[in-house]
Design a protein around this ligand. Sequence first.
Ligand code: C2E
Ligand code: MG
Ligand code: MG
Ligand code: MG
Length: 288
Amino acid sequence: HAKAKGRGQICFYSEHMEQRSSDSLQMEIDLRRAISDSELLMFYQPQVDLRTGSCIGAEALLRWQHPKKGLLLPGGFVPLAVDVGLTTAIDNFVIQEVCAQIGQWKDDGFAPGKISINISATTLLIPDFASDLKATADAHGLDLSQLEIEVLESTLFPRMRSSMNTIEELRSLEVTLAIDDFGTGYSSLAMLKDLPIDRIKLDRRFIKSLPHDSKDDRIVAAIIAMGRSLGINVIAEGVETREQRDRLISLGCTEAQGFLFSRPIKAHDFSNGWLKCNRPHAFIGTST
Ligand code: C2E
Ligand code: MG
Ligand code: MG
Ligand code: MG
């Protein structure tokens, strides 16, 4: 019996090996190493107030500096991380890294505005998530109201009830909550009703054809109006042209991010370059 069981296990293992290409197995090994050897890093994409053009904060976006493949975007490794159960390890890395960065900026006398981080809905189910986040923020001397958590609409909805405790705790700590890629998931309205949502991130697929596609234009107008009447900020993602920006302004949208303003950039470029020319008063200390 023991032998049969053993053979079964070996058989299962080899099937599993065959299902996945050796490329993807190598990637998994690489990714585990990347997390422990700090090959992961954050880029920051500035977010602007459309009324004034000034920077109001940034979204932290994950990158992997792969020793052979170069700089990888999350689309090339986050799905694998999810498949092999590394989601929370990545989320923990992002939290540590961003809190350390904001702490460093504070020491440098630089006020970056609100920084948002992408967190998986499954990580919100961890009972100590909010208190661990507070401990990390405290360790780096930052104010929790400087942080926003972005969760994908599509992954938050099925976990709406079970993540409620964490979300309430985050709220009491003054961490804000944003719904990412809004309009691409489902049951958005129930979520807006039941969760304390501060910001909606309007997915770039609705922005792309503005103002030429009249359906997109009407959808965007409706979401902006709805956000307004519910007291929820609406930020447009993926703004690439002045035409899109101008249309958003005339529809009453007040916040945006996109290549028109800046691509995601390194922390150092955010604090020293982009903000210096766009918002000199963000430097509260004397800069050299
Ligand atoms: P997202 O959270 O919706 O992030 C916005 C994505 O749009 C970023 O891609 C950004 O570079 C891109 N983008 C910004 N402006 C423009 C624009 O004007 N035009 C176009 N075409 N694209 C624009 P990125 O960095 O490749 O990230 C892709 C997705 O990967 C993110 O979508 C997010 O869902 C996920 N991701 C990024 N960072 C993290 C992270 O730290 N943790 C987790 N779990 N997921 C992350
Ligand atoms: Mg995001
Ligand atoms: Mg998004
Ligand atoms: Mg997206």
